[in-house]
Design a protein around this ligand. Structure first.
Ligand code: PEP
Ligand code: MN
Length: 337
C-alpha cells in the first residue's frame, strides 16, 4: 500500500502515518521525493484504506494488491477452462448455451430443444425459479420445471443450466442441474455464494445490475474461497441512463476481466439488450471481443413465450447466428466446438 502525503504534510504527519501503518502490521518505509513524500506500507494485510485517507495531510492511498486473490490473474497465469458436456468455456474456447427464458411446459422445452439440437446446442438453459420484478408475474414452475428441463435435456443429450435463488434450493438443484446459475439480482447473495463454494458443479455468476468489475470478482471469490473454482463470469448488461435497450451491454468487461482474472467471461446479449434484433449484432461483437461464451434466449415460438419473448430468438435466427460466430471466433484465436 502506498500513502501519498500532500505538499503541506509536516514531519509529524508523516510520522503518524508510518506509525499507523506499523500498528496495522505493515512495515513502513518513508521515501522523500522532490515534491511529495510517500509512505510505503509493506505487507499483505486487510485494511480499510479510508482509515488512512482520514489522517492529516494524506492526499491519496493506493492499494497495490487486489481484494480478491483466488480469482485474480496473479494467482494463476493460465486461463481457467471449464468443460460441461463437451462444451468448453475459457482459454481458446467459446462455449454456447441456449434455451428459453423460462420453462413453461414439456412440449415447449422439447420443441425448442429439438430445434436447438440441429444447431449443435449442448447446454440447455431455462429458469424454473424466476426473479421477477413484479410479484404478480409468472414465477416459474419450480421443481416441476427442473424435472422437465432435465428430462428434455437428457432426450437431446444436453446439459442443463438453471437459476438458483436461495441456499435452501441447493440440494434440489444438485439433482437436476449441471451448471448452477446465479442471477444478476443475487450476485451479492453472500450466503448463497458461500454455500455454492461447497458444491461440485460449475457456477455461472451474472454481473449485478449496478455492480463494478471488482464487486463481480469479489463475489466470485466468495465461491472460490469455499473450494469451488469452477466459476464462469457473465456480463449481462448494466443499468445506465439509456432507456432504449433493457440494459447497456458493457463489452469492455471482456478485456478488463481477462486482464484481472483467469476465470472465463461469457456474455448474455438477450438480457443486455432486451430486443431480439439487437441480440445477433451484439453476439457477433462479443465473440469478436474475445468472450469465452454466450448464453442466448431462444424459444420455438417467441411470440407466445410466457416470459422475455421479445428478446428471444427464433430457432432459425439462432442457427444463422451460430454459423456467423463460428466464422468470427477463429479470427480472434478462439474456437467454438
Ligand atoms: C436469466 O438469465 O434468466 C435472468 C433472469 O438473467 P439476469 O439474472 O441476468 O437478469
Ligand atoms: Mn429472461
Amino acid at each position: 500500500m502506498l500513502v501519498v502525503m500532500s505538499r503541506r504534510a509536516t514531519e509529524e504527519d508523516i510520522k503518524r502515518v508510518a506509525e499507523f501503518l506499523e500498528a496495522k502490521g505493515f512495515k513502513a518505509l518513508v521515501s522523500h521525493g522532490k515534491a511529495r513524500t510517500v509512505v510505503h506500507g509493506i505487507g499483505v494485510i486487510e485494511v480499510d484504506q479510508r482509515d488512512f485517507e482520514l489522517l492529516d495531510n494524506v492526499e491519496e492511498v493506493i492499494r497495490l494488491t487486489s481484494n480478491y486473490k483466488l480469482a485474480a490473474r496473479e494467482s494463476q497465469g493460465e486461463d481457467t477452462i471449464i468443460e460441461v458436456n463437451g462444451v468448453k468455456f475459457g482459454g481458446k474456447y467459446t462455449g454456447l448455451i441456449a434455451g428459453p427464458c423460462t420453462i413453461e411446459s414439456y412440449e415447449q422445452m422439447d420443441k425448442t430443444a429439438q430445434q436447438l439440437e440441429e444447431s449443435n446446442v449442448k447446454i440447455l438453459r431455462g429458469g424454473a425459479f424466476k426473479p421477477r420484478t413484479s410479484p404478480y408475474a409468472f414465477q416459474g414452475l419450480g421443481e416441476e420445471g427442473l424435472k422437465i428441463i432435465r428430462s428434455v435435456a437428457d432426450n437431446h443429450k444436453m446439459a442443463v443450466t438453471s437459476e438458483i435463488m436461495e441456499v435452501g434450493q441447493i440440494e434440489m438443484f444438485e439433482k437436476y442441474v449441471d451448471i448452477m446459475q446465479v442471477g444478476a439480482r443475487n450476485m451479492q447473495n453472500f450466503n448463497l455464494l458461500k454455500e455454492l463454494g461447497h458444491v461440485n458443479k460449475p457456477v455461472i455468476l451474472k454481473r449485478g445490475l449496478s455492480s463494478t468489475y471488482e464487486e463481480l470478482l469479489m463475489s466470485a471469490e466468495y465461491i472460490m474461497s469455499g473450494g469451488n473454482n469452477q466459476v464462469i463470469l457473465c456480463e449481462r448488461g448494466i443499468r445506465t441512463f439509456e432507456k432504449y435497450t433493457r440494459n447497456t451491454l458493457d463489452l469492455t468487461a471482456i478485456p478488463v476481466i481477462k486482464k484481472l482474472s483467469h476465470l472465463p467471461i461469457i456474455v448474455d446479449p438477450s438480457h443486455a439488450t432486451g430486443l431480439r434484433d439487437k441480440v445477433e449484432p451484439m453476439s457477433r461483437a462479443a465473440v469478436a471481443a474475445g468472450c469465452d461464451g454466450l448464453i442466448i434466449e431462444v424459444h420455438y415460438e417467441p411470440d407466445c413465450a410466457v416470459c422475455d419473448g421479445a428478446q428471444s430468438l427464433y430457432p432459425w435466427q439462432y442457427n444463422e447466428l451460430y454459423k456467423e460466430i463460428k466464422q468470427i471466433a477463429p479470427i480472434v484465436g478462439k474456437e467454438i466446438l
